[in-house]
Design a protein around this ligand. Sequence first.
Ligand SMILES: [Zn+2]
Length: 335
Amino acid sequence: MLMPYPWQAQAWRRLQAWRRGGTLPHGLLLHGPPGGGKVDLARAFAQGLLCSAAGGEGEACGKCRSCGWVEAGTHPDLCLVTFEVDEKTGRVAKEIKIAQIRELIEFTRLKSHGVLLRIAIVHPAEYMNRNAANSLLKTLEEPPAGVHLILVAHQAARLPVTVRSRCQNLYLPARASDAAVDWLRRQPACRGIDPAPLLRECGPLEALRLLESGEWGARATVLQQAAELLRGRADPIEIASQWLRLNAVSLLTCLESLLTDVGRLKAAGREGMPVHGDLLPGLLELAKALDFSRLFSTQALIRESRQLLERGANLRQQDVLEEIALHLALNPTGT
Ligand SMILES: [Zn+2]
């Protein structure tokens, strides 16, 4: 049975109040920072709506045929639209296309199979291209009876105003709430780790991913390696090959986040409130070793490389990481 996460209790109550009052909007926009489990919330809510034996709080029974279909992703009255994956190359599309929204509109026109509801979830909705978003407008304005569209977005501001204004907005903060801290603390990957700084950086699910993948644990090593490169005490090619053991995008994201902290410390001293406060001595050392112009050029190079990799540019991860290690090792500071 799909359930809302503990930090979504307030949003869940809001959704259920709409359902009970018969005022559930036909266009709903769930938005908030990534890693907060917004799509999971939308699916749990949809499962409850479609369930033939839902509880008083709108929770699904988890046992009926409808619940089984939702969990298997095969419910004929639930349609999830997201990035397409190319079957041959495995590449994930970078936007949601008009053909997908046309299919969604066709879906809303079909007759429902079960409880006279049809629900479509679009995620992440801000990645609909302009034509796709425009083609959705009419359905948002005059949805067929029993149709509910749930748009899920990390950055609602990137959606056209015309789309946003036709939806009831529900914001999911998802960051360091007590419920999120408690939940993360109970995860095996969090044993012996203080989850609070991690939750200042990202939503709880992204935090769990960072812990489970070892990326959070690798920060101290990455920071130390960057410092050694700057001092001219490490071989950039050797460091790059060690970095290659982590996924390159993860490594670059980690370096970016550490260097953002270095910038905060340079600009405001300890008042800069670094996210990685547990690594303060290493961050201060880096802040001393990097002048602003070197810091900015390094950050720009890392950001550019990460964006290229995320866009699926044809680059060897090793080349990208070597370029960054060499950039750090250039003109050692000798401190
Ligand atoms: Zn059920």
